[in-house]
Design a protein around this ligand. Structure first.
Ligand code: ARG
Ligand code: MN
Ligand code: MN
Length: 322
């Protein structure tokens, strides 16, 4: 099993990050609590047999959040976002350095700046390899601060991580923290801004949209994504729950119709697990506060979203149907 060389068997580091400042809607900071309270970590321990390393803290990193955090170069709440991500970076780095598989529960998707950079640095030091990223999302989250139509940093993490833009605010991000553009693959895209399409095209970034899934089926798409990454490279799976169709994950800040079925989402996670090369996963953008207003989700739909998030995590950690 190649996995023996990448992570120590069944040792899982967990980081829970209650951060919502990468986007404007309150409540996404409640995502980790909702997933943990629904029993996710107990199941991982008792049913999947992991030893869990978790500080029993849902980190809001309060001291890192500034009361006044004015927009800088079109980035909203830049300093808080940078500070929180730096703290998270040190935590995922610590777990990954010890050979643990790392699970980060968010929070909005801006937290991938910290989670991925910490894992990338550790994997480079420990294995002298780059980190591949499979980004499963309705959105590409690859706006630079110059192209972003919203100024929300949860729409920019890939641009910072792949070195397509840099800024003094994120000055702590170093070369070894970054991921190579040719080891990045998207699955599930269906709401990509025009500036992002240009970035994807110009950098020849591998992306499988919902159209590709319709055409080839999820099995073939995941095979192609894994072939593209190659057999030697450790994988970080960054899963935005909004990749799933709003039928399965309605309680999220930026839902987009026409998404993955529950089984397609779970399949991606199962197949990545089966490679034996998964070294880290993020599960982000579960927002349990998005409740019935203006025809929005009701409380049953909130619990469905939480269930979807938990199912994706369990599948990535090895839960199987038979
Ligand atoms: N992680 C997310 N849900 N991102 C949504 C991003 C939406 C849009 N592309 C933006 O830049 O603002
Ligand atoms: Mn998204
Ligand atoms: Mn996202």
């Amino acid at each position: 099993m190649p996995s023996q060389f990448l992570t120590t068997d069944n040792e899982l580091g967990v980081v829970a990050v209650a951060f919502s400042g990468g986007q404007p809607k309150a409540g996404v900071d409640g995502g980790p609590k909702a997933m943990i309270e629904s029993g996710l970590l107990d199941e991982i321990k008792s049913e999947l047999g992991y030893t869990i390393h978790y500080d029993n803290t849902i980190h809001s990193y309060e001291t890192e959040i500034l009361a006044e955090d004015p927009t800088v170069d079109n980035m909203k709440r830049p300093q808080s976002c940078s500070n929180v991500n730096y703290k998270l970076h040190t935590q995922t780095y610590e777990h990954a350095s010890q050979g643990r598989l790392v699970l980060t529960l968010g929070g909005d998707h801006s937290i991938a700046i910290g989670s991925i950079s910490g894992v990338s640095k550790a994997i480079r030091e420990r294995l002298n390899k780059p980190l591949a990223v499979i980004w499963v999302d309705a959105h590409a989250d690859i706006n630079t601060f110059q192209t972003s139509p919203s100024g929300n940093i949860h729409g920019m993490p890939v641009a910072f991580l792949a070195g397509l833009c840099s800024h003094d605010v994120f000055g702590w991000l170093k070369e070894e923290d970054r991921i190579p553009v040719d080891k990045l693959v998207y699955i599930g895209l269906r709401d990509v801004d025009s500036g992002e399409k240009k970035i994807l095209r110009e950098n020849k970034i591998k992306a499988f949209s919902m159209h590709d899934i319709d055409r080839h089926g999820i099995g073939r798409v995941v095979d192609m994504a894994l072939e593209y990454i190659g057999e030697e490279t450790p994988i970080h799976l960054s899963f935005d729950v909004d990749a799933c169709d709003p039928a399965h994950a309605p309680s999220t800040g930026t839902p987009v119709r026409g998404g993955l079925t529950l089984r397609e989402g779970d399949f991606i996670c199962e197949a990545v697990h089966q490679t034996g090369r998964l070294v880290a996963m993020d599960l982000v953008e579960v927002n349990p506060s998005i409740l019935a207003q203006d025809g929005g989700p009701d409380s049953w739909q909130v619990s469905e979203t939480v269930r979807t998030g938990c199912s994706l995590v369990r599948c990535a950690l090895g839960e199987s149907l038979l």
